[in-house]
Design a protein around this ligand. Structure first.
Ligand code: ZN
Length: 184
């Protein structure tokens, strides 16, 4: 159990495609310890999701947990802990929706990103069993943000209007009320 260092944009691990795990690896003690470290690190940083590459482990696993009590986010829906191993994403509705995104690996910045509003994720759970999740609205954006980390992508790659990429202080001062809740 430990809070790990979150690596930042520029670290090569963030630009690699993360390696898939076998069912045996998913069920291993090593992976349980990794998940615990990811969870501890996410909580300590006040995030709502984290991917293994963000703590410099190039493995295809990400977690999401959205708690409406978290003061940093103006969200109503609660999402209990989700753990995705080897996820693949399929777009179900390519109509775009925009949110202000942030990232523990890009500290101090916010950017407005438009992404498809409905996706299906196929993944393995902590037992190594195949699962599917259909995510819409805010959760669809959170899922796409976290899973992007497993494919070497960062949200800033998807900011199309560069005037909507800015420092957090300026975001809070000038733009906070413009749109929807932000994510990390
Ligand atoms: Zn991120």
């Amino acid at each position: 159990m430990a809070v790990r260092k979150v690596i930042r944009m520029g670290h090569p691990t963030l630009r690699k495609v993360a390696g898939k795990l076998t069912k045996q690896e998913i069920q291993s003690e090593e992976t349980k310890a990794l998940l615990q470290d990811m969870f501890d690190t996410m909580l300590e940083q006040g995030g709502i999701g984290i991917a293994a590459p963000q703590i410099n482990v190039s493995k295809s696993v990400a977690i999401i947990q959205i708690n409406p009590d978290n003061d940093r986010y103006d969200v109503e829906e609660e999402v209990p802990m989700l753990v995705f191993f080897n996820p693949e994403i399929e777009i179900l509705d390519k109509t775009k929706q925009g949110f202000w995104e942030g990232c523990l690996s890009v500290p101090g910045l916010r950017g407005y990103v438009e992404r498809p509003q409905k996706v299906k994720v196929t993944y393995l759970d902590i037992e190594g069993q195949k699962q599917e999740l259909i995510a819409e609205d805010f959760l669809a954006t959170v899922v796409q943000h976290e899973l992007d980390h497993l494919f070497g992508k960062l949200y800033i790659d998807r900011v199309t209007d560069r005037e909507k990429l800015m420092f957090e202080d300026e975001y809070l001062t000038f733009h906070q009320d413009e749109d929807e809740p932000e994510i990390d």
